[in-house]
Design a protein around this ligand. Structure first.
Ligand code: LLP
Length: 384
């Protein structure tokens, strides 16, 4: 039986729901604050990873800024108490109303992904008699060695401005009346587990900024995006990612001569391990070649396994029976509605609670109502 879940209290709540270990979240936040303060770095939490209002409030209260990718996220961040002056806004397709909203709120920076977008931001800023602080998102062509659907820093991806087109974009930024060029932004992908990848990025960025400096460009801020991966295989022993190593690496490598502001926007590394999807076993079904544990949670509650073949550890937290092998599946009418194949889980019976681990990032945030299913609820360790 698992010791870290308050099983009797959890059993009082209708399933499925996300359970958040707020003590772990606060410990993680404190460590990130400690490490960023050590080097004078600034952290903007990537709201897309988890925009639950309680989670957002906790992160805002810990003194983080916010990295948003839509008008809705900017509103959610403001609501949760992130100051506009600590909000940055990225995305390849910003709508006019979103740009207007961001300008009216007075956010810290637009991370701009194309010249076409920069023209529109400049025009709207003009209409509002203001200027837009801007960082150009550069696509540095660094292979993140991660899942193809979450890599963003290669020339073939839709994100960022390619290196060969950067100088032209920088000139445009200087000329446009509504734009105030602040910095450069880089984000190469997500769930990056090899720190070497960030080393490659840092070395490339140094070469790039040195080259641009020789041509008269200096930047107030360099933003290295997010992407630090987590240990999905070992959610307990690996519950806090290697923030020390990650920030130390940038501190060691980045030339900060002209750009005092070094920014990060981690999402997954901050919230993934504090969240589990808790679900009830509806049926144990014997197939000809497989045994299925059918849960009341499905891909509508946690899409990652269906969408990316992502691995999440699964535990039967109610059972002390010997382990058996199951395909752990959901009720949704799609063959990809599978949380894990051939998983060794403590013997399951109807009514047992299963915990799908490391689900705090891109879990609740990506839930849907497909099949007219209700959205999953959230339960917090502080309030049970
Ligand atoms: N900054 C930018 C510009 C991003 O696009 C992202 C994530 C982040 C920061 C935060 O990255 P993180 O630290 O969380 O890796 N739904 C996928 C992940 C998509 C990530 C999208 N961008 C998943 O479930 O794995």
């Amino acid at each position: 039986m698992s010791t870290h879940f308050p099983i009797a209290a959890l059993a009082q709540h209708p399933t499925p729901f996300y359970y958040y270990d707020m003590e772990l979240l606060r410990r993680t936040l404190a460590l990130v604050k400690e490490e960023t303060a050590r080097y004078g770095f600034e952290e903007h939490y990537a709201v897309k990873a988890n925009a639950n209002p309680v989670i957002l409030k906790t992160i805002a209260a810990a003194g983080f800024g916010a990295d948003c990718v839509s008008g809705g996220e900017i509103e959610a961040a403001m609501e949760a108490g992130f100051p506009a002056s600590r909000i940055v806004y990225a995305g390849v397709g910003k709508s006019d109303w979103e740009i207007r909203l961001a300008l009216k709120c007075g956010i810290a920076c637009f991370n701009v992904e194309s010249e076409a977008e920069m023209q529109v931001i400049s025009e709207i800023a003009g209409e509002l008699h203001t200027t837009a602080p801007v960082a150009l998102r550069v696509n540095p062509n660094v292979d993140a060695h991660t899942h193809a659907k979450i890599t963003t820093g290669l020339s073939e991806n839709k994100f960022g401005i390619n290196l060969s087109m950067l100088e032209h974009a920088l000139q445009t930024a200087r000329q446009l009346p509504g734009i105030r060029l602040k910095g450069l932004h880089f984000h190469i992908g997500s769930q990056i587990t090899e720190l070497e990848v960030f080393r490659t990025l840092a070395v490339k960025v140094n070469a790039l900024t040195a080259d641009l400096r020789s041509r008269g460009y200096a930047f107030e801020t360099l933003n290295f995006g997010g992407g630090l991966g987590i240990d999905y295989q070992h959610p307990d022993t690996g519950c806090i990612p290697d923030f020390k190593g990650y920030f130390a690496l940038f501190n060691e490598l980045i030339d900060r001569t002209d750009h005092p502001g070094i920014h990060f926007e981690l999402g997954r590394a901050i919230v993934a391990q504090c969240g589990s999807l808790i679900s009830k076993v509806l049926y144990v079904k014997e197939g000809e070649v497989k045994k299925f544990a059918i849960l009341d949670a499905g891909m509508t509650d946690l899409l990652r396994p269906a969408m990316y073949d992502a691995f999440h550890a699964i535990e039967n937290i109610s059972s002390t029976r010997p382990r058996e092998t199951y395909d752990v599946v959901g009720p949704v009418c799609e063959s990809s509605d599978v949380f894990g194949k051939d998983r060794q889980v403590a013997g399951a019976a109807r009514g047992d609670l299963m915990a799908i681990r490391s689900a705090g990032a891109y879990g609740e945030a990506m839930a849907s109502t497909y099949n007219c299913r209700p959205m999953p609820k959230a339960v917090f360790s502080d309030s049970i």
